[in-house]
Design a protein. Structure first.
Length: 755
């Protein structure tokens, strides 16, 4: 209403429309009043009556604007006591309105409105900070996107462009066969765009850029996750096993066709009986020197290859892991290329393939079982980078130790443990984007007499989503670090990198599982609808916690690596030596826990990044030393080391968790240090503070038990987490928009609500 005189009607219009229902009595009363006022022109009457059209009610934006105008006047004039005085102030003290006191008071009576009660409600509404909080743009979203994308910005942009095309519209058919073929056709399109061969050497048609390959995997994960896994099996596991374990003859023969998807293939490692225990597999590859061949054989049903991606429908070849047998000697697990189907997709003689069928998720991937009945392959099909058979029929290897050779061979495939957590990260970003954008627009409840407010304004809703958003940002920077370490690796640090990749795989995928569950609940029944995509994200990422290594097993691997490093550094250290190590090396508490520090609650201290890192480092060192001390005690008492490790398994998980949390925080802080844009840096500092304090809060029981903090401090941290959530809330939508997920990929209608 640009006419200031007509603004006198705003309180009445707001009161009758704020509950989204104009009754017939209210309509007739207001209509009669407007038509009876001789001081109104015909044009002014039409304007006012248009606000009463039941067939075309005022939009949410209009009602909210009326509310805003009322609030503004009350805040500027807190002593206003009557509805008519409010109308006068809204009309900017219009003289005509001042003369209509009796008429407006009678209107209140006819509408059944208590002016005094309405004013009380308006004042409550004007003074509630919960209802006033709203989304702001306090930093440039594009600049933060550039920071997140880094040097891979160009390839990320290209992938987003491809998956935004009409042919990448989501497949909605429940027919698994239809879904699988659609995913295969998407993979073919990506191969045609030279995205599949990105990691392969240029001389074999590739892009020779492993960093871009990982960025492709992560960006594709904004789309359909079956596509991501199909892509990863074909170009990652199948192609990279040939590149990592094979030699020149294999590269020239296979890589170009693998990269163009002319040669679909599988990675056949897992077996029914032994799962992740690769050393225990029973498939055999028996060498026949006379014929220069290997015979690949599955000795019994439980030794079949199981859950093999690309096997059920499309795979024509597979990298098969089997025990190499020469004569009577078992030379351990090696890798062999074994044909499965011909070019017409006919299964070859001696090969039996089953279909794993419908799964909890990822039903666009054709997982299958494979059995080999004395299948003969030529000698050249052995992937012989780390082991080969010479002209005399003897086993040879540049790595004499069977154990070291085995782990070197598996270590070349650690890239999968970088691709999967980055894919999981993208799924978490998608879920958070849907949930936060929805909760910014979805309104529920409100102050007495006021409108409903966005659910993101409620502290508990902020508590549910914003610490998870902070953790997801932190994980982003940590995975960037792991990727760089992997790409720049040298042999001396491979064991550390493998352990780090294994740990971050567990950390990221567990985070995604937690994020998507919270997002589902935070969006209520709407997130239960398939159209809003949370169900697909949840179901498809469930398996992420167990493939490429079961997370709990991987965390034990991480802990064992940490204990191994501990032993290397400190040898036969006794219990007292271990204790001294902790207190001498933890920066914060050197020889005793300082009561002043354990109780310190000043804001500046609690928000200090150095305090956060020292708290994380202290927990890491203490849990490690505690586990080492307990293991030593058990073994010294005569217990077998295997049994001793079994007893302390729960502590092993704590050791790994503390180590990974320190790495994640450290890399988040380091990533922020390199940000040049000041506004982006400011919001990232807040996110880092929220990540650090929410993790300390999660582990407060440990800190209290250890005496590192007292209750007064952990309570202050809890309050600070609340405060940070409140301060970050206006930026929440911008923070998820910085992920720059294409709308066609996000797709969820609840992410695009308009009021």
């Amino acid at each position: 209403m640009k006419n200031s005189k007509l603004k006198a009607f705003i309180p009445f219009f707001y009161l009758v429309w704020s509950d989204d229902l104009l009754t017939n009595t209210e309509f007739l009363t207001l209509q009669k009043f407007i038509l009876s006022q001789s001081w109104l022109s015909n044009e002014e009457r039409e304007n006012l009556l248009s606000k009463l059209a039941v067939s075309s009610p005022p939009s949410r934006e209009v009602v909210d604007h009326w509310k805003f105008e009322i609030e503004t006047v009350i805040q500027e004039n807190p002593s206003v006591k009557s509805l008519f005085n409010l109308s006068i102030l809204l009309s900017e003290m219009d003289k005509i309105i001042k003369d209509q006191s009796a008429a407006f008071v009678q209107l209140e009576i006819d509408l059944g409105i208590s002016g005094e009660e309405a004013m009380g409600n308006f004042k409550t509404l004007a003074n509630t900070f919960t209802s006033k909080d709203q989304t702001n743009n306090r930093f440039e979203i594009e600049k933060l996107t550039q920071i997140l994308d880094g040097k891979q910005a160009a390839i990320i942009k290209k992938v987003k462009s491809v998956i935004s095309r009409p042919e990448f519209a989501y497949e909605t058919s429940t027919d698994t066969a239809v879904y699988r073929e659609k995913v295969y056709s998407w993979c073919k399109t990506l191969a045609d765009e030279n995205l599949g061969n990105m990691a392969y050497p240029k001389q074999y048609g590739g892009g020779e850029n492993i960093a871009d390959y990982f960025a492709i995997m992560e960006t594709l994960s904004y789309h359909d996750l079956s596509l991501v896994i199909k892509f990863g099996v074909q170009f990652g596991l199948w192609g990279m096993s040939v590149q990592s374990l094979g030699t020149e003859k294999h590269y020239s023969k296979y890589l170009k066709d693998i990269g163009s998807l002319q040669l679909p293939g599988c990675f056949a490692m897992t077996e029914t009986n032994h799962g992740s225990n690769v050393k225990g597999m029973e498939t055999t590859a028996t060498y026949n020197h006379k014929n220069q061949t290997f015979t690949i054989h599955t000795p019994h049903e439980k030794a079949q290859k199981e859950y093999i991606g690309n096997a059920a429908v499309h795979g024509q070849m597979a990298t098969v892991f089997a025990k190499l047998i020469i004569g009577e000697t078992d030379y351990g697990v090696n890798a062999f290329i074994v044909p499965l189907r011909d070019a017409n997709s006919t299964v070859l003689e001696g090969i039996t393939i089953g279909d794993c069928g419908l799964k909890m998720g990822l039903n666009g991937v054709d997982n299958g079982t494979i059995r080999f009945d004395n299948v003969v392959i030529p000698k050249e099909n052995m992937l012989d980078r780390f082991a080969s058979i010479n002209e005399k029929g003897e086993f040879e290897s540049p790595i004499p130790s069977d154990n070291r050779r085995f782990f070197t061979m598996l270590g070349t495939l650690v890239g999968g443990r970088i691709g999967i957590p980055r894919s999981a990260l993208a799924a978490a970003k998608s879920g958070l984007t849907i949930a936060i954008k929805y909760s910014d627009q979805r309104k529920q409840f409100g102050p007495e007499g006021g409108s409903e407010v966005p659910i993101l304004n409620y502290r508990i809703h902020q508590r549910r989503l914003l610490p998870l958003l902070a953790k997801t940002y932190a994980t982003h920077f940590a995975l960037q670090y792991v990727t760089k370490r992997f790409i720049a690796k040298n042999e001396s640090e491979m064991q550390e990198i493998e352990s780090l990749a294994a740990g971050m795989k567990a950390y990221s995928t567990w985070n995604t599982t937690a994020v998507l569950q919270e997002c589902r609940e935070a969006c209520g029944g709407k997130a239960y609808l398939s159209e809003n995509r949370i169900d697909a994200l949840k179901n498809d990422t469930e398996i992420y916690t167990t493939f490429e290594g079961d997370n709990t097993v991987l965390m034990q691997l991480v802990a064992k690596n940490r204990l191994s490093e501990f032993r290397k550094s400190f040898g036969q250290m006794d219990a007292m030596g271990i204790i001294n190590y902790v207190y001498e090396n933890a920066k914060t508490v050197i020889s005793e826990k300082n009561p002043i520090v354990t109780r310190k609650t000043e804001d500046a201290h609690l928000m200090d990044g150095e305090f956060h890192l020292e708290a994380f480092q202290y927990r890491e060192k203490t849990t490690l030393a505690s586990a080492a001390k307990r293991l030593k005690k058990l073994i010294d008492s005569g217990l077998d080391p295997y049994d001793a490790f079994n007893i302390v398994q729960h502590q092993m998980i704590d050791v790994a968790q503390a180590y990974l949390e320190r790495i994640v925080l450290e890399q988040f802080q380091e990533g922020i240090r390199l940000i040049e844009d000041q506004k982006s840096k400011e919001i990232m500092v807040k996110m880092c503070q929220l990540y650090a304090l929410s993790q300390i809060e999660k582990n407060k029981g440990w800190y209290l038990e250890d005496g590192y903090m007292e209750a007064v401090k952990t309570k202050a941290i809890r309050k600070m987490v609340n405060q940070l959530c409140w301060e970050i809330r206006p930026d929440a939508v911008s923070l998820v928009n910085a992920f720059a997920i294409p709308d066609s990929c996000l797709a969820a209608p609840i992410a695009f609500l308009k009021h």
